[in-house]
Design a protein around this ligand. Structure first.
Ligand SMILES: [Zn+2]
Length: 67
């Protein structure tokens, strides 16, 4: 164990940190427009993702029970 080992460990951590830092914003901006849009159920007012909602006669329902 010497100063070289510590330097290598620090470089690996720095590389991993920078990798995560530059990866994160791109993945977040890619996910936001397509999904995560919340809609309210017409019956129970529960907020659910739009892609899981059931649309019927212009109203939004969270599940078949609320239809
Ligand atoms: Zn509901």
């Amino acid at each position: 164990m010497g100063i070289r080992f510590i330097a290598v460990v620090l470089l690996v951590f720095l590389g991993f940190y920078l990798f995560k830092k530059y990866r994160k914003p791109s993945s977040v901006t890619e996910q936001q427009p397509s999904s995560n849009k919340m809609v309210a159920c017409s019956t129970c007012k529960t907020h659910i993702p739009e892609d899981e909602a059931i649309m019927q006669d212009g109203k939004i329902y969270c599940s078949k029970e609320c239809l």
